[in-house]
Design a protein around this ligand. Structure first.
Ligand code: GLY
Length: 404
């Protein structure tokens, strides 16, 4: 695969235009590909159990491995979210009907005592998109309930949400906050401005501020996990869980930070977040291979043969498209936009698309390398952020609101 990737990056490096979709990258073609793969997955899931969500296809396999919707399974919102995005593009009522049925399987989570911070991913990717596209008040109620449930993880002494209650005992991390948790602030911001308590906004801001202060190194790379003292509220240590080492930059963790602080700027218009997220982005971009798809960790021991993480590339492409719309300096904005487009172009090539081989959109993501799980696999959240980024690019090109 490496040779294909290197050859590809050489070809695309000088083809992107400034400010608009590269004329040699056909975003509709990529979205039509997603539509075809989505239909294929639906066919292959038959007879459909709407409580079973596609999660991954390992390197050597060709069929989705599905997981039951339970509070412990963090990825269940992505497949319904993909269906909603696909419906947004195709306007196919059959896809909408499937999106509704898969989404409904997650509703119970909004009222279940919170298992961990991933409730935000679970509900906002599914119900968030469902409400955005249908304005059905029943969807809104689930989102508002879920935001209140998620907020029960907030510790005012520390100023952040507790990400993993189970790790308090298991790892002796009295209060732990992981970088992924930044994404879950979005449902709090949304709820606060859509009829929920204003306290949810304050919680999200407090979490973002404390994380900005404590969970980054001087070079703006991030720790995956921040461990805090519950008595003083102070940081005890920064460590990793899914990265290579405590001091390395785990690709998806940094991607969550880029996406999270872009979203925090959108929701607060605090210029500190805008300047911060550019530093967090630039250290990530500086360490990328030529095709903009990171190795799973920037210090992975076997670079350049280390597995890639296409999911991180998808998250960052989506975030950069949004970030580029907030930056006043046109040179910097167009740099981010072009990198996002080049990334999507590379991901849309045979080096990364699953094509006929598998029903997923993309290959080559890494889930949890230290656990030796989901390495060089198709993973559902890569597909979710890929189709999200493609839709953002399409809207940008059509001069529409990038968020739909
Ligand atoms: N939120 C878990 C992960 O990014 O793998």
């Amino acid at each position: 695969m490496r040779n294909i990737i290197l050859g590809l990056s050489f070809l695309v490096l000088s083809t992107c235009s400034v400010g608009h979709c590269d004329s040699s990258f056909n975003v509709d073609k990529a979205l039509n590909y997603c539509a075809k793969q989505t239909n294929r997955t639906l066919r292959e899931l038959k007879p459909i159990d709407y409580t079973m969500m596609p999660r991954n296809i390992m390197d050597s396999l060709t069929k989705w491995s599905c997981r039951k919707v339970v509070k412990e399974e963090w990825t269940s919102g992505f497949w319904p979210g993909i269906l909603w995005y696909d419906y947004e593009f195709t306007q196919d009522p059959g896809i909408k009907a499937e999106a509704e049925k898969f989404t409904a399987s997650l509703g119970f989570l909004s009222k279940t005592p919170v298992y961990d911070h991933d409730l935000g991913f679970l509900i906002f990717c599914s119900y968030g998109n469902a409400y955005r596209l249908t304005k059905n008040p029943a969807y809104k109620k689930v989102i508002l309930d879920a935001a209140d449930t998620l907020a029960t993880l907030f510790n005012p002494k520390v100023g952040t949400l507790l990400s993993w209650p189970r790790e308090v005992k298991l790892s002796h991390w009295p209060h732990n906050t992981i970088m992924d948790n930044m994404i879950n602030l979005e449902i709090l911001f949304w709820a606060a401005k859509n009829g929920g308590s204003k306290r949810l906004y304050d919680i999200a801001v407090s979490h973002a501020n404390k994380t900005m202060k404590c969970q980054f190194r001087p070079d703006y790379s991030s720790y995956h996990v921040a461990v805090y003292d519950t008595v003083t509220g102070n940081l005890i240590k920064g460590v990793t869980h899914q990265g290579y080492a405590n001091n390395s930059m785990w690709a998806r963790g940094q991607a969550w930070a880029i996406y999270g602080y872009t979203m925090c700027y959108r929701e607060t218009k605090n210029p500190e977040y805008l300047s911060f997220v550019q530093k967090v982005t630039d250290i990530y971009l500086k360490g990328l291979p030529k095709d903009y798809v990171p190795y799973w960790d920037f210090s992975a021991p076997d670079i350049p043969n280390a597995p890639r993480d296409a999911s991180a590339a998808c998250v960052v492409a989506s975030a950069l498209l949004e970030l580029s719309t907030y930056i006043k300096n046109e040179e910097k904005a167009s740099e981010y936009r072009e990198i996002a487009i080049k990334t999507l172009k590379n991901l849309s090539s045979p080096a990364y698309q699953s094509g006929n081989a598998k029903p997923s959109f993309l290959l080559h993501s890494t889930g949890h390398w230290p656990n030796k799980s989901e390495i060089d696999a198709s993973i559902i959240y890569a597909d979710y952020y890929y189709i999200e980024a493609l839709l953002r690019l399409k809207r940008l090109d059509e001069n529409k609101n990038i968020l739909g």
